[in-house]
Design a protein around this ligand. Structure first.
Ligand code: SF4
Length: 341
C-alpha cells in the first residue's frame, strides 16, 4: 500500500527525534539515480501499485529528486514528498511538486508555538517556514499533511497544533507516537494512560468535517475509534495497515525494513527485488501472521485490524511479535504471564 523511500539522509535541520539521524551531507552509499529507477520499476509491478512517499532527510537535498518523481509518475505510481522546512522549500519548489504530479506533501508541526516547535526542530525559523509552506501549498492546490510528534515534550501542544493544522488547511493530520529509535532517545514517550486519553480525544476530533486524523505507530487508535463509534468509517488508514503489513521502508542505502521505526532489515534492493522481499522475506511473513503474536496482542480480538506497533513491541521487549505496551486493552480471557500468581 505505502512504500517509504528515504532517498537521502542529508538535511539542513537537526531535529531531536530524527529517525534518520540526518546528516549535513549526502552519504556516498545512497541509492543512485539508476538504482532508484530500478526500485520504482519493481514497485510498479505491484497490483495494485503502491503509493510511494519520498522521504529523508530532506528529499530536496537530492538534485535528481524531480527525475525520480517523473520516473515514478511515468510508471503510474502515486508519489508524495516529505520535504523539510528549510530555505530549499520555496514557493517555486512547491509549485514544481504540483506540476510534477506529486499528490501531496507533508509538513511537520511539533508545537503550537514557535518556541516549542523550533526547540524540537533545532533550527530557529522552521515554525514560520512550515506555516508559510502550508499556506503556499494550499494556494497552489497541492494537498498537504501535517505530521506531529507525540511525546512527553509535545503532549500539551496537541490541541493547539490541531487548531493550527485546521486553520492552515491541512488535508490530513498524522500523529506519530514516539518510538525510541535514532535521535528519539532524547525525547520521552507518553505513558499508556496518557495515550488512551489522547486517542479518545482524537476519536472525537476525527468526527469533525475536513481534516482526516490518523496515527503512526499507534494502530490501536482504530480500536478506540470503533469502540467510540464516533468517526466516519473509511477515513484515515485502512484497517490492518502497520509495520510490515501494507507498509515497507527502504533506507537511503537500499535496506528494506518493515517501517522506518523498526530497525530489523529483511534484505537490500541492491541485491534483491523490493516486492519479492516484501512478499517472501521471513521477517515480513511473520509480521503479517497475527495469530503468532504474543501477549495481549496475540490474544486480542481485533489483532487483524490493529496488531499493535511492531516497532514499539520490538524496542520494548526485543520480541517483534510481542505486545505493544502503549495499548491498555485487556483482551477477554487473556492471562498476563508476567504477573505472579
Ligand atoms: S492489544 Fe494489541 S492488537 Fe489489541 S488493540 Fe491493543 S495494540 Fe491492538
Amino acid at each position: 500500500m505505502r512504500v517509504y523511500w528515504e532517498i537521502t539522509r542529508a538535511c539542513g535541520l537537526a531535529c531531536r527525534h530524527c529517525r534518520a539521524e540526518a546528516a549535513t551531507h549526502r552519504a556516498p552509499e545512497e541509492l543512485s539515480t539508476a538504482e532508484g529507477f530500478k526500485l520504482l520499476e519493481e514497485l510498479a509491478t505491484g497490483t495494485p501499485k503502491p503509493h510511494v512517499v519520498l522521504t529523508g532527510g530532506d528529499p530536496l537535498e537530492r538534485p535528481d529528486l524531480f527525475d525520480l518523481i517523473a520516473k515514478g509518475r511515468s510508471l503510474g505510481l502515486g508519489i508524495s514528498v516529505s520535504p523539510s522546512a528549510t530555505p530549499r522549500l520555496t514557493r517555486e519548489a512547491i509549485r514544481a511538486f504540483k506540476e510534477a504530479g506529486v499528490e501531496a506533501i507533508s509538513l511537520s508541526l511539533d508545537g503550537a508555538t514557535q518556541t516549542v516547535h523550533d526547540g524540537i526542530r533545532g533550527v530557529t525559523g522552521t515554525f514560520e517556514r512550515t506555516l508559510i509552506a502550508g499556506e503556499q501549498a494550499r494556494e497552489l492546490g497541492l494537498p498537504f499533511q501535517v505530521n506531529t510528534l507525540v511525546a512527553e515534550e509535545t503532549l500539551a501542544e496537541i490541541p493547539g497544533i490541531e487548531t493550527l493544522a485546521r486553520q492552515i488547511g491541512a488535508a490530513r493530520w498524522s500523529l506519530f507516537f514516539l518510538v525510541t529509535v535514532g535521535r528519539g532517545v532524547v525525547l520521552q514517550p507518553i505513558s499508556a494512560d496518557a495515550c488512551t486519553k489522547l486517542l479518545g480525544w482524537l476519536a472525537e476530533r476525527a468526527t469533525l468535517p475536513g481534516m482526516i486524523v490518523t496515527t503512526t505507530e499507534a494502530p490501536h487508535f482504530r480500536r478506540i475509534v470503533a469502540e467510540s463509534r464516533l468517526s466516519a468509517p473509511g477515513r484515515g488508514h485502512a484497517a490492518g495497515i502497520r509495520d510490515g503489513n501494507g507498509i515497507m521502508f527502504v533506507s537511503h542505502d537500499g535496506e528494506v525494513f518493515p517501517s522506518g521505526f523498526l530497525p530489523v532489515a529483511a534484505g537490500n534492493v541492491r541485491s534483491g527485488d523490493a516486492l519479492q522481499i516484501y512478499r517472501e522475506a521471513p521477517l515480513f511473513l511473520s509480521l503479517r501472521d497475527v495469530d503468532s503474536f504474543h501477549g495481549r496482542c496475540g490474544a486480542c480480538e481485533v489483532r487483524t485490524a490493529c496488531g499493535g506497533s511492531r516497532a514499539r513491541a520490538y524496542l520494548a521487549s526485543g520480541d517483534l511479535l510481542g505486545e505493544d505496551p502503549l495499548c491498555q486493552h485487556q483482551p477477554a480471557g487473556h492471562v498476563d504471564q508476567t504477573t505472579p500468581a
